[in-house]
Design a protein around this ligand. Structure first.
Ligand SMILES: Cc1cc2nc3c(=O)[nH]c(=O)nc-3n(C[C@H](O)[C@H](O)[C@H](O)COP(=O)(O)O)c2cc1C
Ligand code: SF4
Length: 516
């Protein structure tokens, strides 16, 4: 029997993976080949999807990108034994895009069947939770603190401190809430965890529950992830049946269960307090802080809200020790970050690496430059509220502090690449428009400022009173930055100001400059 792996990740599905799986099954039957098709996750090399792999005596051999029309020629070439074919890439793990990574969190992704609990266990699954139950809350928090893990949702707050704050609260009920709203442009790492390794998220949340003494957890998932939701719910059922969730987990005195809730689609519902409101069934309005969610969160009870990637890092940290995780990275940015390389880029996909690579290395060497073949002009890092980096800043290391020093943010690790045809004034205009559309409306600088900001940039683009309007927009950005209640209004100025600073020529159209 030969195992053939056909990914079930939506990227592969969008490119015909289901039809490929069907065709492989049909041809195998017609040709009398004994084939078992495994629906694995994606390796994250989207430029090779659908990447079909075959288990051979010398390991797994990949072929990609495969289209349904290629399947007959793959059979003819003897792909079931690793035969030569123009789409053959050799062993996936030896492909430079994968070989250069430090896959701590994504170690299983693309390799296992995401909803097979046996496969999860066979690939080091549950090791972290077993250890957590054995060592107890204080030692868990010690490991997470030592790992240096910082929240991967955007703000980079130390996870160990957050867990300790909730652990120290005395209350009859505490909650673990996973933020899987993943609203940032060009990001997909949370989706991949949900679809391609859902047990890892369950394990990470359960570790947190043991650490803080919570019995109930929620995953708040964006509505655009139906495949991820299905995979996660299936994994929940298996985990309950196997005793990793529910009453007295694996005979311990810890009980914990998780529920998945779908959002209705609002960027601001990724903001943690707005998310909690939404989870409580209310409109997604941002809450004023304090109180922090750690003290009064879901239903006013102490709550840990963490991003998917923060929870997903916990199983490795517990299994291997905080020091092993902290051994990767630079400065105060410890461990690894699953970079999501997107936009106009040749090699788009997920690249998990220790902090410290320069932006230029990521974009030019790993990403391979633009897909259009034109020069890279700008990279937006950290989602729609992140700054635009010009080539001149390509020596900036991927590190929380180094990016902040350049008025940027690494956020959730998304990088959207643009070539030299991009109009940066239009990008700045879009940042304000995005903020206008997504604003929850609670505070004036964001609600009104974003509308006025969009109008003012449009005037600049039309060449109306450019110099005066440039002063207005700078002033407005400062008001939004310092006067907004949350980071939606507070950070929308970053793409605008970075576009103004690094690409001033785009804000002075020839006609306007000449007219003044
Ligand atoms: C407008 C806005 C949108 C956000 N969207 C997300 C999101 O989609 N996912 C996420 O994890 N964090 C998001 N955050 C950050 C959360 O408020 C919060 O900091 C995070 O969930 C905490 O988890 P972490 O410490 O693991 O990063 C957003 C923040 C703001 C202001
Ligand atoms: S900054 Fe915008 S999204 Fe945040 S609270 Fe104010 S109005 Fe709402």
């Amino acid at each position: 029997m030969t195992k053939v792996y056909v990914p079930r990740d939506v990227v592969a599905l969008a490119l015909g993976a289901d039809r490929i799986a069907k065709k492989i099954a049909q041809l195998a039957a017609a040709r009398g080949a004994d084939v078992t098709i495994v629906r694995n996750g994606s390796r994250g090399m989207f430029f090779l999807e659908p990447l079909i792999e075959v288990e051979t005596g010398s390991g797994r051999i990949g072929y990609g990108p495969v289209s349904p029309a290629d399947v007959t020629s793959l059979f003819d070439a003897g792909f079931l034994t690793g035969g030569a074919h123009p789409l053959r890439i050799g062993k996936p793990e030896e492909h430079p895009f994968l070989a250069k990574q430090n896959r701590l969190t994504f170690s299983r992704i693309g390799i296992t069947d995401p909803v097979s609990i046996a496969d999860y266990e066979a690939h080091d699954g549950w090791k972290g939770l077993k250890k957590a139950i054995e060592i107890g809350p204080a030692a868990i928090i010690q490991e997470v603190t030592q790992s240096g893990l910082r929240g991967r949702g955007g703000a980079g707050f130390p996870t160990g401190i957050k867990w300790k704050t909730v652990s120290d609260c005395v209350d009859d009920r505490k909650y673990v809430v996973c933020n899987c709203d993943e609203g940032d442009s060009g990001t997909f790492a949370d989706r991949m965890v949900l679809e391609d390794d859902p047990f890892m998220l369950i394990e990470g949340m359960a570790i947190c529950a043991v650490a803080i003494g919570a019995t109930k957890g929620y995953v708040y998932c964006r509505s655009e992830y139906p495949h991820g939701a299905r995979a996660f719910n299936e994994a929940l059922t298996h985990a309950r049946a196997a005793g990793w969730l529910g009453k007295n987990i694996k005979g311990s005195n810890h009980s914990f269960d998780i529920e998945l809730r779908m959002g209705a689609g609002a960027y601001v519902c990724g903001e943690e307090t707005s998310l909690l409101e939404s989870l409580e069934g209310k409109r997604g309005l941002v809450r004023a802080k304090p109180p922090l969610p750690a003290h009064k969160g879901l239903f006013q009870k102490p709550t840990v809200v963490n991003n998917v990637l923060s929870f997903a890092a916990a199983p490795y940290i517990l299994a291997e020790g905080g020091a092993a995780y902290a051994a990767f990275g630079m400065g105060r940015s410890r461990g690894t970050m699953p970079l999501q390389i997107a936009g106009n880029v040749k090699f788009g996909g997920l690249f998990e690496t220790a902090f410290g690579l320069t932006l230029g290395e990521i974009v030019e060497e790993i990403g391979g430059g633009t897909r259009s073949g034109r020069p890279v002009r700008a990279v937006q890092c950290g989602g729609p509220l992140g700054a635009y980096f010009p080539r001149e800043l390509f020596d900036t290391p991927f590190d929380y502090e180094a990016f902040a020093a350049k008025d940027g943010l690494i956020g959730h690790g998304g990088l959207v690449i643009f070539d030299d045809t991009v109009d940066m004034a239009d990008m700045a205009r879009f940042a304000m428009e995005f903020c206008k559309i997504e604003s929850c409306g609670k505070c004036t600088p964001c609600r009104i400022g974003s509308t006025r900001g969009q109008e003012t940039i449009e005037k600049i683009m039309r060449g109306e009173n450019v110099s005066a309007n440039l002063i207005v927009i700078e002033d407005l950005c400062q008001t939004m930055k310092f006067g907004s209640l949350c980071a939606l209004g507070g950070f929308a100025p970053y793409p605008v100001l970075s576009a103004l600073r690094h690409f001033p020529e785009d804000f002075r159209p020839q006609t306007a400059a000449a007219a003044e």
